[in-house]
Structures are given as structure tokens and as C-alpha cells.
Design a protein around this ligand. Structure first.
Ligand code: SF4
Length: 183
């Protein structure tokens, strides 16, 4: 798996706050959270064998391990790592990482509505703009019918209470006849 860094520190979040932890930061992330403080992990990292990672983390004098990112679920052997570290990967049934479609698959599917994340930082609308800039997408029904929407990524990227706002907004984008149009 591709690892950005392995380090020893105090946990700063959640139930184990303040306790010594070994952190494995995986490399690579296809999300772009507006509050991200680990942009350096988007691309940089080196491939490491799971056994070598385990050898390294066993040298640290603590019993807590935190696998962070980047986006750890993008790593195809994350399940093996979690199991070998004595954990249970509750995301295993969801498959590996995030599904990715080729342009050809998108064109064949011909979506009626396209909703793309838009973030507040400079360049945070790159996915949204791509839909308009890519000539091969020009014939999609969603573009022809003016049904391409940008949505604030903060409303959709995390399973927290404000995701309900994102859900309402998306319902309006997909079914304006039922929920009213987006303002
Ligand atoms: S998931 Fe983590 S690494 Fe990826 S953009 Fe969000 S905060 Fe940054």
C-alpha cells in the first residue's frame, strides 16, 4: 500500500484523545474537504508491503494504531492491514475505495442530471468545470437540458447532521417537480 508517513504522537480526536498512538498516514485522496490540513498526502508516498509496515509500527511503545489519510479506503490492501493489526474493517462490505467511471461509461449511461462537488478553495470547482469543458460530454442529456448542478461538498462529503441539507438540495436537483427548484 502507498504510505505517506508513519509516526508516533498523541491522538487528537475521539475517544482516545490524549493517548499515545502510532499513525499510518496513507497516500492519496480523491476528496477535497475545504478544511483539509493534509494536502501533502494527496499524492506523495511510497509503496510499502503490509508486513514491513507492521514490523515498523511494532517498534513503538503503545497499543493504539490510527490509520488515517489521505483517504485510507482508497488503498486496496487496507482490509489486510486492518485485519493483521487485529481490527475489523467495517467498510469491507462496501468494496474498495470509491467507484471510478471512465468517460466512456459516463457517456454510455447518459445521466439526466449531474451533480458535482464544489469546494470553496481556489480550484475547488475543477470537477464541476470539467463537465462543461470536456467536449465528449457535450451531448449528454444533463448538459443539453441544463441539468448540471454544483453542490457544496461540505454538505455531502461526511456522514454528519448537515448531510440532511445536502440530501434536501439533491432531491430538488433531481426531482424539482416534487421538491421545488434549487434557488
Ligand atoms: S479526506 Fe482527509 S486528506 Fe482527503 S481532503 Fe478530506 S481532510 Fe484532506
Amino acid at each position: 500500500m502507498k504510505v505517506n508517513e508513519i509516526f508516533f504522537s498523541l491522538q487528537g480526536e475521539g475517544k482516545w484523545t490524549g493517548l499515545p498512538n502510532v499513525f499510518i498516514r496513507t497516500a492519496g485522496c480523491n476528496l477535497r474537504c475545504s478544511y483539509c490540513d493534509t494536502k501533502y498526502a494527496y499524492f506523495n508516498g511510497k509503496e510499502m508491503r503490509v508486513d514491513d509496515i507492521l514490523k515498523k509500527i511494532r517498534n513503538y511503545p503503545c497499543k493504539y494504531l490510527c490509520i488515517t489519510g489521505g483517504e485510507p479506503l482508497l488503498q486496496k490492501d487496507i482490509h489486510e492491514l486492518i485485519e493483521k493489526a487485529g481490527g475489523i474493517n467495517i467498510a469491507q462490505v462496501a468494496g474498495e475505495g470509491y467507484p471510478t467511471l471512465t468517460l466512456e461509461e459516463v457517456i454510455a449511461a447518459n445521466p439526466q442530471v449531474i451533480i458535482a462537488n464544489v469546494e470553496e478553495y481556489e480550484g475547488g470547482d475543477i470537477s464541476f468545470q470539467f463537465i462543461f469543458d470536456e467536449p465528449r460530454l457535450g451531448g449528454l442529456d444533463a448538459l443539453v437540458n441544463g441539468r448540471v448542478y454544483g453542490i457544496n461538498a461540505d454538505l455531502t462529503n461526511q456522514p454528519i447532521p448537515r448531510i440532511v441539507d445536502g440530501l434536501e438540495l439533491m432531491a430538488k436537483m433531481i426531482h424539482p417537480e416534487l421538491f421545488g427548484s434549487v434557488e
